[in-house]
Ligand binder design. Sequence first.
Ligand code: CA
Ligand code: CA
Ligand code: CA
Length: 247
Amino acid sequence: MKKIKVLALTLVFAFAALGGAYALWFDELYVNATAKTGIVDLEWTGLKAVDPEPNYTGYDGDVYGTDQNRDGLDTMDPGNKNDNKNIGSLSAEIKKSPKSENAGDQDKVSRFDKLQMSLKNGYPGYQEYVDVKIKNVGTVPVKFEEPLFEGVPAWLLVDICEQTNADYIPFDLTAVQVEPGEEVPIKIVCRVIEDLGDGAICPQNATASFSISLKGVQWNEYDFDLVDEIQFPRKDNFPYPPDEPEV
Ligand SMILES: [Ca+2]
Ligand SMILES: [Ca+2]
Ligand SMILES: [Ca+2]
């Protein structure tokens, strides 16, 4: 309160002084500044599908493969001695997503945000995957929220795991931070299951559309609510060195 009174009084004197201040010498200092914001933008890249089309129903060959190299054969579980055949397929394509209506999602660099996957002629035991990378094409680091799986039918297992074929290691996307220019390799694996519990079994000739949403957010707002006010004290990790001369 005292400070405010002193300030008010100073202002009164300052205005009074202005009245008589005409032809005095003076100099003015300026601040010219530019400000530019960064970009949060991700894209899919580096797609590799291990069992793409055509499958048995999509070409004129036999079930033992689409060509002399027997391409397209479906994987079998370890220990399964039955012969490999090309029955199902899991294709994938990176596509441009429509312009987002969410103001936070601006796609300043890339709209290749859509990974379209298509599993055809699946059967219980059919399990294949696609390898793909998430690339930070923006200029701001990104962290991920929990992936959102929507519409996955009860007869399908879908998961995100590490890009190794040696073992099944689920990938925790929320544990990574992607710097600008960096890529995160992931594997998206699908498996048609047989036993749905309570006597139910995987339906034949069934179709399902499902989606996985991976939301990357600016890293500094992850689990933290920003306030639009100037905040102090500043957490200065690297304060001026004590011997640094003032400019
Ligand atoms: Ca994008
Ligand atoms: Ca196949
Ligand atoms: Ca987008």
